[in-house]
Write a protein that binds this ligand. Sequence first.
Ligand SMILES: CC(C)(COP(=O)(O)OP(=O)(O)OC[C@H]1O[C@@H](n2cnc3c(N)ncnc32)[C@H](O)[C@@H]1OP(=O)(O)O)[C@@H](O)C(=O)NCCC(=O)NCCS
Length: 186
Amino acid sequence: MKFEEREFTLKDGRKCILKPTAPEYAAEMIEYLKNTAAETPFLLRNPDEVSFTVEGEKDILGRLYEDPYCIMMMPIVEGKVAGNGSINGIGDKRKIRHRCSLAIALYKEYWGLGIGTAMINYMTELAAQIGWHQVDLEVVAENSQAQALYKKCGFIESGRRHNALRFDDGTYHDEILMYKELEHKV
Ligand SMILES: CC(C)(COP(=O)(O)OP(=O)(O)OC[C@H]1O[C@@H](n2cnc3c(N)ncnc32)[C@H](O)[C@@H]1OP(=O)(O)O)[C@@H](O)C(=O)NCCC(=O)NCCS
């Protein structure tokens, strides 16, 4: 969806702009998906599972950009893409239509500067405006950095999914389930 750009100052004094992830960023998004998957084991995709073409990715981003129920947010620092975040509905059935799901990942060089906090706060604000009542997410049990971010932004732990992920080294990892209720209720 389209939304207003928002600028804020990072902990190191640089400026960051949060803007919609538009289709012209297709090539940068493919690079981003590959590189972030290689920088952390805590994302769903392995780097070799990123197989989008620029044209294909442009189509996907174009559709998401026009979709009023999909938030795709990109932080830009000194003209460079620092990461991406998204919020999508869980499904169309009436019993689950009040819930959406959040995902976020930044390039490692931008961790710890306050971008995650600013993005989650802005994305959940937009999610409330859209009319969702609750944001859900899953986070790998060992990912303490992300859990600290989510707790700081008001998310509450609600459960644990046993052996949710199997890494290529054969190890299994639980996921922690978290949620945040949104203030604006339709
Ligand atoms: C998780 C992630 C999005 C956090 O974003 P970020 O911009 O680094 O987070 P912030 O700088 O806003 O920090 C938020 C809070 O996280 C905590 N935090 C930050 N760095 C941390 C670290 N190295 N270890 C533990 N907690 C940390 C602090 O509580 C911080 O709050 P504070 O600023 O009041 O001290 C980012 O590290 C990332 O992209 N990681 C890899 C991908 C990933 O794990 N995504 C989540 C999948 S569920």
